[in-house]
Design a protein around this ligand. Structure first.
Ligand SMILES: Cc1cc2nc3c(=O)[nH]c(=O)nc-3n(C[C@H](O)[C@H](O)[C@H](O)COP(=O)(O)O)c2cc1C
Length: 353
């Protein structure tokens, strides 16, 4: 009922391609594949990414729902081909006769979906869990979110992110050195970032039901990004360090207009945007695949052993921030469409203005 902008994705990490079908886009909104590709490039970049990202150069193909640069109102399909698939064609084959165990593994990787996923879906080869649980799918999610981001620009809503911490360092000048050090030690790092959306209209979200509260919706969207372990809005992480008189953003008048001098609420009060910048903070755990191996159990013989290692990032906080910008864009566009709803550009822009 409260989903106007919906999408599903499919695709495996080393499969042929990643696909998304977006439903609920009105007609007449401009979509530029170059903008999507720029954001995909941002997601692939960032210091500390592994060799896989050197193989891929993610480019989106739009195969439906857009004609002559504008949405038609039909479902929009996005596809990203995995370049690496040419090396995995037999390993990821859909055909029974190609069955092989070249890249099979049975040693659970701590911090990954391997253990619970193999029990849930009854897989002996943990590759079957890895392929879909991998963060590779965040590439197509970023493409979807960038479509949302581009549409949000019509409402002057713009988002960006900033890296605040890598490992224990909060000093930007040290970030690369911290990552180099972790890499040399065969280790990995997490970090913290903030996503900011500016020019928020007042009243997106609602206080009337738990599942319409915008802070809850944003938290779900960001918390479900692989490796995100903490999400907070505004000064939420430090909320209990302050007294009420210090925390709450007092309301003033300036030339007859409501203004605030602080934004500890991060732009949301009572589950709704209050017109201030939306500020979402998120913390990513260290990448769970390490060269300095972790102890685990081999499901094949139930003996203790060391975890399976596969080419991996040392740190992916910058990429993760791009994914979070995209996920939040999806939540915001959904709210925009609910509030200013209509089937085409003109109708929606009229309602908005
Ligand atoms: C952009 C991005 C890149 C990631 N790259 C890797 C990686 O190279 N190796 C790895 O082990 N985990 C990587 N992760 C994290 C895992 O996907 C994640 O920790 C794992 O799927 C388990 O999910 P959970 O941490 O949410 O429980 C990445 C996450 C993101 C968002």
């Amino acid at each position: 009922m409260y989903e106007k902008f919906r999408f599903l994705t499919s695709g495996e990490s080393h499969g042929k391609c990643l696909t998304a079908i977006i439903e609920g886009l009105p007609s007449g909104f401009e979509i530029n594949p170059d903008f999507i590709n720029q954001e995909l490039k941002r997601r692939q970049g960032g210091y500390g990414r592994g060799d896989r990202m050197k193989i891929e150069s993610d480019t989106v193909e739009i195969t439906s729902g857009v004609r002559f640069g504008k949405t038609t109102g039909a479902p929009v399909t996005l596809v990203i081909y995995n370049k690496d698939f040419e090396n995995w064609e037999k390993i990821m084959s859909i055909y029974k006769e190609d069955e092989n165990d070249e890249k099979s593994f049975t040693k659970y990787r701590p911090g990954h979906a391997d253990f619970a996923g193999s029990i849930k879906y009854n897989h002996k080869d943990l590759r079957n869990v890895l392929e879909r649980s991998s963060a590779r799918k965040t590439a197509i999610e970023t493409a979807v979110g960038t479509v949302a981001k581009e549409i949000l620009e019509n409402f002057n809503i713009r988002g960006y992110s900033k890296i605040l911490q890598i490992g224990q360092s909060q000093n930007q000048d040290e970030f690369h050195a911290e990552i180099d050090k972790a890499k040399a030690e065969g280790d990995t790092l997490g970090g913290k970032f903030v996503v900011i959306y500016e020019n928020m209209p007042i009243g997106l979200g609602s206080y009337v039901h738990w599942d319409r509260m915008l802070d809850g919706r944003i938290a779900q969207a960001v918390m479900s990004i692989p490796a995100i372990k903490l999400v907070s809005i505004g000064n939420g992480e430090h909320t209990c360090d302050l007294k009420g008189s210090e925390f709450h953003d007092e309301i003033f008048l300036e030339n007859g207009k409501i203004v605030r001098e602080t934004n500890n609420a991060g732009g949301i009060e009572g589950g709704m945007t209050n017109g201030e910048n939306l500020q979402v903070f998120a913390t990513m755990k260290p990448i769970p695949t390490l060269r300095k191996t972790l102890r685990t159990v081999d499901s094949k013989d139930m003996q203790e052993t060391e975890a399976h290692f596969e080419r991996s990032d040392t740190c992916a906080v910058e990429a993760c921030a791009v994914v979070a910008e995209a996920r939040i864009a999806c939540v915001l566009l959904n709210e925009i469409l609910l509030k200013y709803g209509g089937d085409n550009f003109e109708e929606i822009m009229k309602n908005f203005s």
